[in-house]
Design a protein around this ligand. Structure first.
Ligand code: HEM
Length: 126
């Protein structure tokens, strides 16, 4: 018996594509978050976050083939992330998760992880 990964259970690449695209539509309009992004074109950032989440949830490991070990805390050090940035990030992610209309159990698992991960990346007192 092979176990279905979370990645497959939520609908594979297409679901993560929609999630992260919707998220970055929010970031593109956000006065707190947008200034943090080094590139004015957000498509590279979108690709990296999508690849990371796909890999994290059991899909192809393209992210690490291209970027190496995620080391997320280290990679976020150049950006000042306090409560305001964390909450803005989570607000857009909440909107993106809602747009997927996933079954409750899957939605809760995804959301709980994102909340935990966002809290773990705060690197600046507010
Ligand atoms: C990269 C901000 C939380 C995953 C970035 C970048 C910024 C940023 C400005 C650089 C964009 C780029 O790739 O060029 C933030 C802020 C957060 C946050 C303000 C609020 C807490 C998260 C969380 C995750 C995540 C919770 C994972 C669940 C990533 C990944 C990259 C990235 C995978 C690309 C890393 C790389 O390969 O270079 N983030 N982020 N971020 N972020 Fe976040």
């Amino acid at each position: 018996m092979t176990e279905t990964s979370f990645y497959d259970a939520v609908g594979g690449e297409e679901t993560f594509r929609r999630l992260v695209h919707r998220f970055y539509e929010g970031v593109a309009e956000d006065p707190i978050l947008l200034p943090l992004y080094p590139e004015s074109d957000l498509s590279g950032a979108e690709e990296r976050l999508r690849g990371f989440l796909i890999q994290y949830w059991g899909g192809p490991n393209t992210y690490s083939q291209q970027r190496g070990h995620p080391r997320l805390r280290m990679r976020h050090m150049p950006f000042v992330i306090g409560e305001a940035e964390r909450d803005a990030w989570l607000r857009h992610m909440r909107d993106a998760v809602d747009s997927l209309d996933l079954p409750d159990e899957l939605e809760t698992r995804l959301w709980d992880y994102l909340v935990y991960a966002a809290h773990s990346l705060v690197n600046s007192p507010t």
